[in-house]
Write a protein that binds this ligand. Sequence first.
Ligand SMILES: Cc1cc2nc3c(=O)[nH]c(=O)nc-3n(C[C@H](O)[C@H](O)[C@H](O)COP(=O)(O)OP(=O)(O)OC[C@H]3O[C@@H](n4cnc5c(N)ncnc54)[C@H](O)[C@@H]3O)c2cc1C
Length: 461
Amino acid sequence: MDWLREIIGDESRVITERIDEKYLSDTLGRLKGNASALVFVRSTGEVSEILRAAHERRIPVTPRGAGTNLVGSTVPEDGGIILDFSLMDRVLELDRSTMTATVEPGILLQDLQKYVESEGFFYPPDPGEKQSTIGGNISSNAGGMRAVKYGVTRDYVRGLEVVLADGTIMTVGGKNVKDASGLSLKNLFIGSEGTLCAITKCILKLIPKPEFSMSALIPYPDLDSGISSVLEILRANANPTAVEFIGRDVAKLGEDFSGVKYPRPDAGSYILLTFDGRREEVEDNVKRIRGLALNTGAMEYIPLDDPDYAADIWKVRGALVKAVEATSEQEPVDIVVPISRTAEFIRYVKDVEAKTGVRMVSFGHAGDGNVHLCVVRGERGEEEWREKLHEVMAQIYKKAYELDGVTSGEHGIGVSKREYFLRETHRENLAVMNSIKDALDPLHILNDKKSYILSGENDNA
Ligand SMILES: Cc1cc2nc3c(=O)[nH]c(=O)nc-3n(C[C@H](O)[C@H](O)[C@H](O)COP(=O)(O)OP(=O)(O)OC[C@H]3O[C@@H](n4cnc5c(N)ncnc54)[C@H](O)[C@@H]3O)c2cc1C
C-alpha cells in the first residue's frame, strides 16, 4: 500500500500491520472482518484521492466513525481499507444568521451538543450513544429519545459534502430551509450506511435552546397498561419530547448495572417522559399528562423535579443496552411498528419468548413505536445460539411486517439484519435501491454486501 502512504504522507495515520481488532468490528464485537489498511483521514482531498485510487485498483473501502453501531455496518467484510474519520472532528462554522453549524463528520455528538448549547443553540437528535460521530449518525439516520417531538437526524441535515466511490466530490443541499429542486440527493445519502459515499462535511440545522425541561416517571401495574397509555399521552396535545417504556424486569437490569434504583419496584412497567420548551408551557403540559395518566390506570405520577434525580432515572434507561451486554452476548433489534400496534407486538414477542425459551429484553421509544429488543444468548453454545437466534429473528421480523412495521427505526441494517430485511422488503424497492448502488458505485467498492445490497449468493431476494 505504498500509494496510500504517498497520499497521506504521514506514517502514523496509515496502519497496515497489527490493526487493532476493534476496527474490524462494530461496538459489540461479535462479527469480525479483516483489512489490509486502516487510514485516519484529515481532509476531503485525502478522502477523494484514496477513493479514486482504490476505485482504480478495485479495493474495497469501509467508512468508519466511532464504530458504535450495533449491526455490523463497519465490519470490513471484503478486506481492503478502513477509512476512519475520527480526526476530521472540527466545527468549521456556526452561522447565526441561518442557524446552522457546519462540521466535519468525525465530531462526536456529545462535543457538538455541548458546543452549540454553549452558544445558545440546540441540536435535537439524541441517540443513546453520545460518543458516536455526526458522520455515523447521518449515515445511519440515527434517532434517539427526542424523536417524538423533534424528529431524527435526517430532519437536521441541511447539506452535505460527500465523496463518491470514484473520488468525485459533490455538495448536496445547503443552508436553505426549503429545496424542491430536483431529486433530493442529500436524502439518498442520509441513512445509506456508508454504501453510497463518504461524508466529509455536514451542514446541520440548529434550533434555539429550550428554556426549561422536566421529566416524569409513571409506574403502571403491567407492561400492557403502560404501553397502551402511550397513544392517549400522544393524543393529549401535550407535546412530550420523549416517551420511553421500560418493563420492570428490564429496569432491574439497568438498576443493577448503574446503581440507581427506580421508585415503585412493585410496578410492572414504567413510562418515562420529558417535556421541554418555555416554563409555563412545560408546566401546563406536565399537569395535563398527570391527570390523564392517573385516569388511565397509572399507579402514581412521579414528577422528577430535581434535575440530578431526573438525570439518574434517565441514566438507567440509557444504560439498558450496555446492562444487557454485561450479562451476556446479545443481538439488538430495533423494529418499528405503528404506535397503535406496539402492545400487540410486545405480546407476540412475549409469546415467542415463552415458546422458544429465548429471553428477549424489551424496552424502547414508545412515542414512535420503535421497540428495542435484546435477544439474549445466555449460556448457549455457538451452534445452538445461531439456530435459536435465527428461529426467533425470522418470527419477529415476519410479525413486524404483518403489523405494517419495518426492520429498523434507527440502528440501520448492516450485516446482522440484512437477511431479514432482504426477505421482508418488497422486490421492487430492493431493485430500485440496488440500481442506485450500481449507478453510484458500479464496482461495489463502498461497504459492499451490507444492508439492501444484493450479492447474488445466499440472498433470499
Ligand atoms: C449504548 C448504545 C446506545 C445506542 N443508542 C442509539 C439510539 O438511541 N439511537 C440510534 O439511532 N442509535 C443508537 N446506537 C447506535 C449507534 O450509536 C448509532 O448507529 C450511531 O449513529 C453510529 O455512529 P458512529 O459514529 O459510531 O458510526 P459507525 O458505527 O462508525 O458507523 C455507522 C455506519 O455509518 C457509516 N459511516 C460512518 N462515518 C461515515 C462517513 N463519514 N461517511 C460515510 N459513512 C460513514 C459506516 O460505514 C457505518 O455503515 C446506540 C449504540 C450504543 C452502543
